[in-house]
Design a protein around this ligand. Structure first.
Ligand code: F6R
Length: 616
């Protein structure tokens, strides 16, 4: 949440900051601001709302923009205080000599504020972050050394932070610090960059230093020095960034979300590539460090995740229990961390996260590591905090996902869970490689990319259904068995980008309460895969029809009963129950997309959301 960019070099800082912030807009976008260093003066510009507003403000400041080659910028997702200009970052001390931008939450900001008020600090905003500006400035008065001031300040701050600070008397440096909020330093030739996420700087450099928790860095145009909180100089570890700049283009699509939905066939090919060669070969997962012995000793699995990743994990539970035969629990990380959970060295904990930075999931992982459990992380960001905490890593290789609503990362997570399940099963029971059902599942997995393409290549009927139903205010999604998570994910997609009230239910639960809401104003979307629960879901659809609900079916089966029962039916290619969640979801993503499009919503940046939820 929130995005930070910093630049120090010889180029126009304002351009690099604005561009960088535009690539971080998916992290938060309710206000933004920059601080530009000019000859011993710091100029601050802020604007509420989208980044374009700040762009406009800066377009009237060409004189300053032309002169400044050092600056810091921020794009905000409000936690404390409304998204107003006053609450936008950068924040300053009383005299404006010191500026700071902050990602994270300062938990003890009230105590610190009370203390700072005694020294005459005047607070202008309602944010926790402003406390940092006053605190660092207060420490600066003692030594006139920004690095020392930051070091003393962070020792007093509780919570999560990525800070970036400048002082007008030291125009040759930016000082940064990190704890529980990502921050990287992009290393260039005669210039350096700072960012809370790679997209902001990938256009300029592929070399970066990942700052670790409790590290502070002094960034100048020709040097980067990293210190611990005791002031010891640490070694710079420069790594290569894993993305290409081209990943950040819409490639002719109207929205990133549509592009990312269409990319899913290639993403599926990428996920499988090198891991599943043919239906009769074992699955190869090089980064999974579980030995045969470890796996044989594992007596339970716990999956922890949030949002869309949680829904992928729910599918994981079905397949892990079905094939690996290990009892599997799944829970939202935000709940998991506040329970007396039972986990030990015989528990395999699987954390799933697109970003690898979700605060609740990180906390949960830290908790279970202390209990001695093996932590396996399935993430789209092998460079993330979670990946660094993992005992085993399963990168999903979906490529950078820009749209706030997760689509291709979900499909990649699902396929990774299928691969992991097959991998574990083949270790637990070597003979399973010859099992007919497993061979047939692998065959289907290899065919999946083409089946996804069949859906994305012709979206005419999905568009028509989207148009027809875009006026409804409420929706219910139903399914049973392994597609129950698909109903949750389909409903989540619809509500987050169109703001239509959509809820997913297991079809069997409909008559235990939700049926009370059914009438002609409440369409029901049913996922009907021909398999074990098909007839049961059909019966539940009959019950909905009897209450005059409009019915939409998503099915892989042509059934003459559909015509009388459903108002609309969306057909998908034939697929087994077991793998169907990976195909059904593509239809639901497209449906949500086109409904939101008809309604004219801001598809890629829905209100109130952020791509990476780095606060608990
Ligand atoms: C929904 C969505 C969110 C995320 C959730 C977890 O489209 O994107 O629900 O899935 O915030 O994020 P990650 O997967 O990054 O841990």
């Amino acid at each position: 949440m929130c995005g930070i960019v910093g630049y120090i070099g010889d180029k126009k800082a304002s351009e690099i900051l604005l561009k960088g912030l535009s690539y971080l807009e998916y992290r938060g976008y309710d206000s933004s601001g920059v601080a530009l260093m000019t000859r011993n003066k710091i100029e601050i510009f802020k604007a509420p709302g989208k980044l374009n507003n700040l762009r406009e403000v800066l377009s009237n400041q060409q004189n300053i923009c032309n002169r400044s080659t050092v600056g810091i910028g921020h794009i905000r997702w409000a936690t404390h205080g409304l998204p107003t200009e006053l609450n936008a970052h950068p924040h300053t001390c009383n005299c404006g000599s010191l500026v700071v931008v902050h990602n994270g939450i300062i938990e003890n900001y009230k105590e610190l504020k009370n203390e700072l008020l005694k020294y005459g600090c005047e607070f202008k905003s309602q944010t926790d972050s402003e406390v940092a500006a006053h605190l660092i400035a207060h420490e600066f008065q003692k030594t006139k050394d920004l690095l020392a001031a930051m070091t003393s300040a962070v020792k007093k701050i509780q919570g999560a932070y990525a800070f970036c600070a400048m002082h007008k008397t030291l125009p040759d440096r930016i000082v940064v610090a990190r704890k529980n909020a990502p921050l990287i330093i992009g290393v260039g030739e005669g210039e350096n960059f700072i960012a809370s996420d790679i997209p902001a700087i990938i256009e300029y450099t592929k070399k970066a230093i990942y700052l670790n928790d409790n590290q502070i860095a002094e960034v100048k145009k020709n040097s980067v020095k990293i210190f611990d909180t005791d002031g010891n100089l640490l070694e710079n570890k420069i790594e290569m960034l894993p993305f290409e700049p081209v990943a950040l283009s819409k490639m002719g699509y109207k929205h990133y979300m549509l592009k990312e939905i269409h990319e899913q066939s290639d993403v599926a090919r990428n996920v499988l590539s090198g891991k599943l060669k043919d239906p009769k070969s074992p699955v190869v997962l090089e980064d999974v460090k579980l030995s045969t012995n470890d796996l044989k000793n594992i007596n339970r699995i716990q999956i922890i995740a949030c949002g869309t990743s949680l829904h992928a994990g729910l599918v994981g539970k079905y397949i892990l229990e079905k094939f690996a035969k290990i009892p599997t629990d799944i829970e939202a990380s935000s709940e998991y961390i506040y329970r007396d959970t039972i986990a030990d060295k015989n528990t395999l904990v699987i954390g799933i996260s697109q970003s690898g930075e979700t605060a609740d999931t990180i906390t949960a992982i830290k908790q279970v590591r202390e209990k001695g459990s093996h932590v396996l992380i399935i993430t789209n960001r092998p460079d993330s905090t979670m990946a660094r905490l993992a005992d085993s890593l399963l990168p999903v290789n979906a490529g950078i996902e820009v749209s706030v609503a997760a689509t291709k990362s979900y499909t990649a997570q699902l396929l990774s869970l299928y691969l992991l399940t097959l991998y574990m099963t083949q270790i637990i029971d070597e003979k399973s490689v010859n099992d007919k059902e497993i061979i047939s599942l692998k065959q289907e997995m290899l065919e999946l990319p083409n089946k996804i393409e069949t859906i994305t290549n012709d979206t005419t009927s999905i568009k028509a259904v989207a148009k027809k139903y875009s006026g409804f205010k409420d929706f219910i999604f139903i399914a049973r068995g392994i597609n129950y998570p698909t109903s949750l994910e389909g409903a989540l997609k619809l509500k987050e980008i169109s703001y239509i009230n959509a809820t997913g239910y297991s079809a069997g639960e409909l008559k235990h309460g939700p049926i009370a809401m059914l009438d002609e104003t409440m369409p029901v979307l049913a996922i009907l895969n021909k398999g074990a629960v098909y007839d049961k879901v059909m019966s539940n659809c009959e019950e909905a029809k009897a209450r005059q609900a409009k019915l939409i079916g998503v099915s892989n089966y042509i059934d003459r009963k559909h015509k009388d029962l459903f108002d609309d039916i969306l057909l998908i290619p034939n697929i087994s129950d077991t793998l169907s969640p990976a195909l059904n979801i593509v239809v639901l993503q497209l449906l949500a997309y086109y409904i939101a499009e008809y309604l004219g919503k801001d598809v890629d940046q829905p209100r109130n959301l952020a791509k990476s939820v780095t606060v608990e």
